[in-house]
Design a binder for this molecule. Sequence first.
Ligand code: NAD
Ligand code: TYD
Length: 346
Amino acid sequence: MTASRTVLVTGGAGFIGSNFIRHLLARYDYHIINLDKLTYAGNLDNLRDVEDDPRYRFVQGDVCDAAVVTELMNEASAVVNFAAESHVDRSIEDAGVFIQTQVYGAFVLLEAARQAPSLDRFLHISTDEVYGHSIGDQRFTEEDPFRPRSPYAAAKAGGELQCHAFGETYGLPIVVARPANNIGPYQYPEKAIPLFVTNALDDEPLPLYGEGLQVRDRLFVDDHCEALDLLLHSGEIGEAYNISAGNERANTEVAETILEMLEKPKSLIRFVEDRPGHDQRYAMSSRKLEALGWSPRHDYEAAMEKTVAWYRDHREWWEKIKSGEYREYYERMYGQRLAESKPFES
Ligand code: NAD
Ligand code: TYD
């Protein structure tokens, strides 16, 4: 890609999108347009350090709005679609907005991409959750079928399937990423790891769903950004790529790691009523992506150390979030559950 390229990033004010914009600006002389609706999860504080960069432009808008999407797409040489409602628990409460953004929003972007004069890549961010949960030692490859089990995952699957269909039907230059659970700076503290770390820092309980035995692969966000950089430049058109770190750990082990790192007591762990339809385990093979030359730089310990240290050192970032709408959400989601919770016995 040359210096004159313009990359349209959607959902760039969220966790992964903001890290990816910072990554691109540090490595390339590209122009970046960040189209973000600024939902509860969108936060311009995530990009304070680059907001005055002349190569960066923020546009507040919705990916479902064809007029704004078409205008920006016409300027773009590539698009990276992060925009989504991203929290499984919220999708269980109310799935409508997930369908709207993930499915209809993807359609609006794809329609605009069909008409765009200079677009040569459409990188769509999907998720490992489209495969459903893995049983026993099963490790998903890109050929495995979609069996989404939450409203969030089903909406993500719907968005991704449209990308493949538009690629086949109209020859759009689609590449799809299916990343594992990311951790790192700027993650909204409704997600397990920032919720656990920030609660521990405040000596508040760490609410583990069920028996805390569910397994997730913890991909450090910088490693994810490197993988997306590779896919943006060298991913094969029409292909989907798993992005996994091989850092699979049960939630109880993760909570214990956080408490050890912060020198807080294990008694902060509380077992609460489980999430309905809770996926037991996510596990994928990244061999296809590794064949392009990517491998993660952070093992479990390194990823957790950097993540825990960032929240410890950026209290002002998360305290601002936790004092707003979040309080109401937390009370609704955890109030009753914590009142009925069970203690941890090591
Ligand atoms: P996030 O919730 O932190 O950020 C999402 C961003 O999208 C926010 O800035 C929000 O304002 C914006 N947005 C939401 N609806 C929009 C709309 N209609 N129009 C424009 N902008 C809108 O999410 P994240 O964790 O950064 O996830 C980014 C992407 O990666 C999502 O597509 C998510 O499904 C996918 N993903 C995330 C993970 C993870 O572990 N976080 C793992 C796999 C896949
Ligand atoms: P989460 O961060 O919501 O990601 P996802 O559900 O998309 O994988 O949750 C990660 C894991 O942590 C998942 O197994 C659910 C569990 N979890 C808890 O045990 N307690 C919590 O308060 C949250 C938010 C999640």
